[in-house]
Structures are given as C-alpha cells and as structure tokens.
Design a protein around this ligand. Structure first.
Ligand SMILES: [Zn+2]
Length: 298
C-alpha cells in the first residue's frame, strides 16, 4: 500500500485533539496533540484543529485532503454532527467550516469507523476483505470496512451494532428503545449489573478477576455478559459474515471474550462452526488518529 501522497489524520476528541502524518508507505512521520478546550466553545475548537493541521502540514507535502475522526454520528442529510460528547460541535457545520478554514478537502468519519479502518490497514485485522470493528467501552459502537474502505450506507449508520436489540424487556436505552446491545455490553452496563447482583462498585477487570476467583455474583454477571456478547456477535456474523471481528475499547481487554465469549457466539451462529476470527485490537488508543489518516487516502 504505497500509492498516493502523505496522509494527514486528526482525531478530534473531547479532551485532546491528536494529529498524525503517515508516509505513502504507511509509516508514521509526525504526531502531535493539543488539548481540545471544548469549554471555550465551537469556534475555539475549530481554531485548535486549524492550528494542529498547520503544525503538521510541513511534514505532509502534497496532501490535498485531511481525514478527521470524532465521536458522535454524522448526519447523512447535511453532514452535521450529533451525539458528540464535545457538545459544542453538535448541530454545527463542522465539515464545511473546517474545509473553509483549511482550504483542503475534509473526509470525516466517526471514531468507531476510524478504529475499524486503522485495524484493517495497520493492526489486528490487516488484510481482511470484510472486517467488523466493535468497540466495547463507555458505549458500544462499530464500523465496517470492505476492501480497505469504510462502508457507511445511506443512513450513515452501518456498523452501529450497539443499538440492535437482543431483549424486548431489557434496560431502557438513550436511543429510545429497550434491550439494545449497549445496555448489556457497555462497561457501565456490566458494572451496574454487578452491583444489582450484590457486588460492590467495580470496573470490568475487577469483576472478571473476582469471577475467576469464584465469587458467585461476579460469576453470574460475567456468564450473562459473555452469553449476550455471543448473541450480539452471532447476529453480526449471520448478517455480514465478516472475515474478522476486531474488538476495541476498555472491555476488549477481557480475556474471557476470546474464549468463552467466542464459544457463545459459535453456539448462536447459524452454522455448525464459527470461522470468523475474533481478535483483540493491536493499535490501542492510536487507532482513532491512524484511522483518520487512512481516511485521507485518495
Ligand atoms: Zn439503543
């Protein structure tokens, strides 16, 4: 993959904005980060992105477009952002304003799509024709990459696996439905389930360690979690049959996902075996900014 000019990518997060320049062969030439300072408002955040791009452009000769990854969802209607945790960006014409301020073409995607794209080009899903990236963190999101490119769809919701329902009477979700995957498989959902089962407030790793030590409420809660993880993954496999499912987010560090979780998926999938590889991400926190850079390819 050595075609094209240098790639410049920006990961616009709620607390920091990070930028990277990749050489045509994908190697990293420069990386920089600045605080977002979102409390200072929309125009300030746009200005921060412009500053960062200006600092990185000398490292990216010939770059004519910039990839930007950010949390939230992009409206297919008008390109505005919604559901961003940097709330001052919501409903604002960020894409158009950045193109005007920078005089460059901007390609924008949400952070889950950038994650999947980075893992395909430089991480654990390298070489996969069809890859599904699933983020298990504060929320549950995902992205689909086909032949090295993000697949978005007419609604721009392709891969939003956090909001398919796996239970009619599950917990209410902020999206207005009940029993969405996110209400069971996010970090906060696991922690709530553990407290409801009589455990003390703990993070996912602690709950997993207690389950391994045989604590009954942790065992119960983790068993249920892995079963639902299996259902959710089996649904993805039955619909898309990806070559690889790559997991990201804090909960992707739970070892049991790759053993008992995958075994549960194999039980629910509409086939007598599960050949799809289910792998842990390889790029960690860098996937967002690297994926943004891969967006920028010609
Ligand atoms: Zn939902």
């Amino acid at each position: 993959m050595s075609e094209g000019p240098h790639r410049l990518g920006i990961d616009l997060g709620g607390t920091k904005i990070e930028g990277v320049v990749l050489a045509p062969d994908g190697s990293e030439l420069a990386r920089r980060r600045v605080p977002t300072e979102r409390e200072r408002g929309y125009d300030h955040v746009v200005g921060r992105v412009v500053e960062l791009v200006s600092a990185l452009r000398p490292h990216a000769p010939g770059a004519r477009r910039i990839g930007i990854g950010t949390p939230g969802s992009l409206s297919a209607r008008d390109g505005t952002l919604k559901n961003s945790n940097t709330t001052c960006l919501n409903g604002r014409p960020l894409h158009a304003d950045l193109e005007r301020a920078l005089g460059l073409e901007i390609v924008m995607e949400n952070d889950a799509n950038c994650f999947a794209l980075a893992e395909v080009h430089a991480g654990a899903a390298r070489g996969a024709r069809l890859a599904f990236g699933v983020i298990l963190g504060t929320g549950v999101g995902g992205g689909i990459v086909v032949d090295g490119r993000v697949w978005t769809g007419p609604q721009h919701v392709a891969g939003e696996c956090g909001h398919h329902r796996i239970s009619d009477d599950g917990p209410p979700c902020y999206c207005g439905q009940r029993g969405c995957v996110e209400t069971f498989l996010s970090g906060p959902a696991l922690e709530r389930a553990y407290v409801a089962a009589g455990g003390s407030a703990s993070d996912a790793q602690t709950i997993a360690a207690r389950a391994a030590a045989g604590e009954s409420s942790a065992v119960l809660v983790l068993d249920r979690y892995l079963d639902r993880f299996g259902r959710a993954l089996a649904n993805l496999v039955n619909i898309l049959d990806p070559d690889v499912i790559v997991l990201g987010g804090g909960l992707s560090n739970l070892d049991a996902l790759y053993t008992r979780g995958v075994a549960a998926a194999a039980r629910y999938v509409f086939n007598d075996e599960l050949r799809t590889r289910v792998v842990r991400n390889a790029l960690g926190d860098s996937a967002g900014v690297l994926g943004a850079a891969w967006l920028a390819r010609g």
